[in-house]
Design a protein around this ligand. Sequence first.
Ligand code: CAA
Length: 285
Amino acid sequence: MTRSFEKVGVVGLGTMGAGIAEVFARAGLGVTGVEADPAALERGRGHLEGSTGRALAKGRLTEAERAEILGRVTFTTSLEDLADADLVIEAIPEVMDFKRALFTDLDRICKPSAVLATNTSSLSVTEIAATTARPGQVVGMHFFNPAPVMKLVEVIHTVITEDGLAEEVAALARRLGKTPVSVGDRAGFVVNRLLLTYLNHAAVLLENGLATRDGIDAAMKLGVGLPMGPFALLDLIGLDTSYEVLCVLFQESRDRRHAPAPILRELVTAGLLGRKAGGGFHREE
Ligand code: CAA
């Protein structure tokens, strides 16, 4: 069966979820964005309005195009509104218990043919799938921050994913203007497995006093041609997300390169989560 994906749901409208909702709406799909409470829903709407507003200011979108994109997104606090979605993508915090509870609800609410996807950065897609009565229809669809800009989607299949589904989801990613890469279900998949090991090492070097924050950022940016140095990138990803991904990697691998640098835990404990809250390695001075 070849599915048609026209109506999608996005659960969780934080930085990633709102970006993902924008990507789908830009590609012409109808999007239902769900948040837990009205305040979070308004923040999600604000992300979308801000991001499309920047594009308008830069002349990348016309007023009419922006209105069309925003008009394709409806906002709700009720998961029940996802009953007729063809695909639902989850972008809630990286806590397995939250994800399991959500997928149990989605499985009950969504129509039997719907595909359920997770944007998890590192958690087991198989474990999430196993909480549903449709584990063959659960995949990972992992976007990168900022979702409207970054071209990659990791499409994660498990040992129980239905034959052909990963390819259908990859085709959807192409329709969104992204390049899909097919990946198996191992902690961190490809990008975070490699990237977080590097970012964590940068934090260790900073703690060891090898160079300053700005020195390390400049070295990697100018010496390697990366768009951002490691501390700017950690702040963009979010130190809480980075810390959580490293914990999952370390749990699976027991490789000390994945043991989160103590400075990361300290900053997270202090509420310095990066750009989205309080600054992180870089703060407003
Ligand atoms: N939302 C929407 N669009 C954004 C944006 C955002 N948050 N941030 C930047 N943009 C857009 C800008 O509007 C601009 O668009 P136009 O070219 O159409 O004008 C474009 O991106 C470039 O932005 P800027 O000129 O402001 O800045 P820049 O050239 O320095 O690029 C950047 C910013 C795209 C973030 C770039 O620095 C970059 O690519 N950084 C690396 C990002 C990266 O590695 N992300 C992956 C993180 S890992 C991850 O996400 C996985 C995980 O699970 C943790």
